[in-house]
Design a protein around this ligand. Structure first.
Ligand code: ATP
Ligand code: MG
Ligand code: ZN
Ligand code: ZN
Length: 341
């Protein structure tokens, strides 16, 4: 068995001490022992705990946005003197700028709408106060007597149409200038009422070729062709021309060599054309007749042909190709003497 280590007592270590001094020393040892005991058993936790930091001066507060109170503001005084968004963060600045722009836009929009409404009301008041009204439709008219805008446009269109009808009538031979389906002379001069009705219908139906045939002279083939031309001008605004086949056959022969032949070009390109008295006359050198029929057929322009000869004779003279272009899908109308009245 090992001997336990024994603390040397005070009197062994300090043999020269007197009674009082030894007591004092002993007391101190006892106190130290108590102190040790206290450290070991009572306040051990407190001893390891770091001492609380002494309270320091708080860090200077960062300037926070006066609007969102979240984001920092680097320049609380604003970017420039009088900055309306001083104290605002960048995000709030953006938002407020956008809001302000939108608000301004809305206000401008409202002002414009109000201006328009006011102008409209002023205009209505002016119309209501106007003593003038349109003679055609009765609508009020400002400042002057006469037609309203819409009726002026209509009147202008009617005038344009009248001009086309006049130009078409002037293109007719003088003898046929009276021609129109509404002319009172028509009933006396063309007795074939069925043929008259057929021609009117063909024009109304938009036929692009009308053939007026009949061997009898004076029954009204040319008159009906002229009437159809005038009707096309009135109904559809087509400016018409009239050529006599035999005369037209010489159009190029008459023209200076190599020069342009305006009559031929006009005959090919006009809206509506009457080719009167197409017949089996002897061929003319460089005649534009067949070419004109061909070109107008290709362009689907309205062509009206009168002839006193049969289709067979025309085929013989101009060939099957031209005849087909004249007759296929065409309104072929035979004009007769009609019933005597
Ligand atoms: N300006 C006019 N004045 C009087 N009568 C007219 C006039 N124009 C045409 N007519 C008459 O109208 C009728 C039809 O004439 P239109 O010239 O149309 O006959 P057509 O069938 O063409 O004859 P043709 O085969 O000889 O060419 C004829 O009786 C003619 O005398
Ligand atoms: Mg004739
Ligand atoms: Zn903010
Ligand atoms: Zn009007």
């Amino acid at each position: 068995m090992t001997a336990a280590y024994d603390h040397p007592s005070s009197d062994e270590l300090e043999p020269d001490l007197d009674e009082a001094e030894r007591d004092e020393l002993l007391d101190r040892e006892v106190d130290d022992g108590r102190a040790l005991e206290a450290i070991d058993h009572e306040d051990l936790d407190d001893v390891d705990e770091p001492a609380p930091a002494p309270e320091r001066e708080p860090a200077p507060a960062l300037a926070l946005c006066v609007r969102c109170h979240e984001r920092r503001v680097w320049d609380p005084a604003g970017f420039y003197p009088g900055d309306p968004y001083a104290g605002h963060c960048a995000g709030c600045r953006d938002q407020l700028t956008r809001d302000a722009r939108l608000q301004a836009e809305t206000e401008r929009e409202a002002a414009r709408a109000a201006e328009l409404k006011a102008a409209n009301e002023r205009m209505h008041a002016r119309f209501a106060a106007s003593p003038y009204s349109c003679p055609d439709c009765g609508e009020k008219v400002l400042d002057r007597p006469g037609r309203c805008g819409a009726c002026l446009v209509l009147e202008r269109e009617r005038q344009d149409r009248r001009d086309i009808v006049d130009a078409t009538a002037r293109a007719l031979p003088v003898r046929y200038r009276w021609c129109s389906f509404s002319a009172p002379e028509l009933a006396q001069r063309v007795l074939d009422t069925k043929a008259i009705a057929q021609v009117r219908k063909a024009v109304a139906d938009g036929a692009d070729r009308i053939l007026l045939l009949g061997p009898t002279p004076g029954v009204g083939k040319t008159v009906l062709g002229a009437c159809a031309l005038v009707e096309l001008a009135a109904l559809r605004g087509f400016e018409g021309r009239f050529i006599e086949a035999q005369d037209y056959a010489y159009a190029r022969a008459r023209a200076p060599l190599g020069a342009e032949v305006p009559d031929v070009q006009a005959a090919i390109e006009c809206d509506a054309l009457v080719i009167d008295e197409l017949g089996p006359d002897k061929p003319v050198h460089n005649s534009p007749v067949a070419e004109t029929i061909h070109a107008r057929h290709a362009a689907m322009r309205v062509t009206i042909v009168t002839s006193g000869v049969s289709l067979a004779q025309l085929a013989e003279r101009f060939g099957d190709g031209i005849l087909r272009r004249l007759t296929e899908g065409a309104a072929v109308i035979h004009v007769t003497k009609g019933a005597p009245r």
